[in-house]
Design a protein around this ligand. Structure first.
Ligand SMILES: [Zn+2]
Length: 516
């Protein structure tokens, strides 16, 4: 039986800390473990810096301690705190938005079809979208109005809006390769603000041509969500919610003329040039991991850069897929008319009691995000923890879930005997792979055997924003003697990709006995 000694433990901790960040290198040069450790440390610092003083403004999202990095932002904005902005937004009340305004649809633009045609722009007519483009006819372009029409019933369903209210809703879109043609055709109003990829206003949306069929469709749906929310929810909420929802409801699969929105992409080829997962990975590795509080504070200028789209999507996908937070998150659509940070403050306040736990789960999510990340199965299973009885305790861990609390506290300076047992399935392709707590050594995840039992000691009393040991777990395997450097609640899981828990099954048991 391998000894679970201090020496091994610290080596494993070191290796894992590095691997958590290296595993998704995408062919990049390997980075030094020291650099990875520093990145983790920097995240902690950044998040700690946002932790409020215990007595000050207890109900506010912690103000940002350091100036915003966004160069689009003026010095005045950089010094504003969340609390200040929330105050400035006033005590305006935004009650549940139940009013649908079918008669107030913005007018459709009047198009000079001859002038448009003279500039080499053609019209693709659809039931819910008329699209003007200078792109040549191709299936992936000509089907865009059909894609748009397919999304509307799914947006209806997501927001709980009766089909009858949206039956007459339609938009006009401009998909531009050569912007000059659209200028000459009078389709680009001079007062249109500058935008990155797409823009929506009233019944119109503008898109620049994109390098992939996926991202062109995505952008159309993204701008469509903005139009839909403004029309049927009365607004879009603050920047993180506006862009997070648009990203959430635009990320899709389109196969055999069937659209499926609100998809967490399983592979990068299916969402070419979308890049949100890679952006979060890159940002995290570069020490720019964002806390939820920072995302909730995005201002109107933040989305002139591309990364905030990735963070806003990640936050929306996290809350919308999480079994414990989903319902509350979805209730906030009723406050969509509130585009101020009061919305964010209200959202934060509604979950304040759970925020330390949310913050830990967010850190685990961001540190391990990958295509197919299974947010529901990775939801951390916490429960009240108690002392280990004198004659020891046995805990049961599911192979098909992420981190699970053992329900037991381990003490600083004490040593425990850990004995794992069980046989469970860690994959099912092409046939069930059986595994014991040491894992299977013909397949690895994060350079440890797939299926190996992992442990982490968590300080559940830590404030939101503290670094969690769940992102740097220790290998337990079959067990051994484990001295505890820093006490807390023992959490357990098996080593597997967060995208591949669904094909696991079975349980393992861990016997824990205090030896000294
Ligand atoms: Zn947008």
């Amino acid at each position: 039986m391998p000894q679970y000694s201090v020496g091994n433990r610290s080596i494993l901790r070191f290796v894992l800390a590095a691997l958590v960040l290296l595993a998704w290198g995408c062919g990049e040069a390997e980075k030094k473990p020291q650099a990875s450790s520093r990145k983790l440390a920097r995240i902690v610092q950044a998040e700690r810096a946002t932790t409020p003083p215990p007595s000050a403004q207890p109900s506010d999202i912690p103000p940002n301690a350091e100036p915003e990095r966004d160069t689009h932002q003026g010095p005045h904005d950089a010094q504003r705190t969340f609390a200040g902005l929330a105050d400035a937004a006033g005590a305006q009340e935004f009650e549940a938005n139940t009013t649908i305004l079918p008669d107030s649809a913005p007018p459709l633009p009047v198009i000079d079809t001859e002038r448009v045609a003279a500039n080499g722009i053609r019209e693709i007519a659809g039931e819910r979208l008329t699209l003007y483009t200078d792109l040549r006819s191709a299936p992936a372009v000509d089907e865009l109005p059909q894609v748009f029409a397919s999304a509307i019933p799914q947006w209806n369903q997501y927001f709980g809006i009766d089909v009858s209210h949206t039956a007459d809703w339609r938009m006009v879109g401009y998909l531009m390769k050569d912007q000059e043609r659209f200028n000459n055709a009078g389709l680009l109003p001079p007062d249109l603000p500058r935008f990155l990829h797409g823009f929506q206003r009233g019944s119109e949306l503008w898109l620049y041509e994109q390098p992939s069929d996926y991202y062109r469709r995505h952008l159309l749906l993204h701008e469509g969500v903005h139009g839909f929310m403004k029309q049927f929810l009365g607004g879009t909420g603050p920047p993180w919610y506006m862009e997070g929802m648009a990203e959430l409801l635009a990320t899709h699969q389109w196969t055999n003329n069937e659209l499926s929105i609100r998809w967490f992409p399983h592979d990068k080829e299916a969402v070419a040039y979308w890049g949100r997962i890679k952006a979060v990975q890159d940002e995290y590795r570069a020490g720019r991991g964002r806390s939820l509080e920072e995302i909730l504070r995005y201002d109107a200028q933040a989305h002139l850069a591309v990364e905030p789209y990735a963070w806003s999507w990640a936050a929306a996908a996290f809350f919308d897929s999480h079994p414990r937070y989903r319902d509350k998150f979805r209730q906030f659509q009723q406050f969509a008319p509130d585009t101020t940070l009061t919305f964010s403050q209200r959202f934060y306040d509604s979950m304040k009691a759970e925020w330390p736990q949310i913050s830990r789960e967010w850190h685990v999510f961001v540190a391990n995000i990958d295509y197919g990340f299974d947010i529901a199965r990775e939801a951390i299973d916490a429960k009240p923890a108690t002392e280990i009885p004198a004659d020891g305790a046995t805990v049961t861990i599911s192979a098909d879930r992420g981190w699970q609390s053992s329900g037991y506290l381990v003490e600083t300076g004490a040593t425990y005997r850990l004995e794992a047992s069980g046989r469970y399935q860690v994959a099912n392709d092409p046939k069930p792979w059986w595994c014991e707590p040491n894992g299977v050594t013909i397949r690895y995840h994060n350079k440890l055997p797939l299926g190996m039992l992992l442990g982490a000691i968590v300080d559940e009393e830590a404030a939101a924003g503290e670094m969690t040991s769940l992102v740097t777990p220790d290998a337990i395997g079959m067990g051994g003697e484990a001295p505890v450097e820093q006490g807390g609640t023992l959490f357990l899981r098996i080593n597997d990709s967060p995208a591949e828990l669904a094909d696991n099954s079975g349980m393992l048991e861990l016997r824990i006995t205090k030896v000294q």
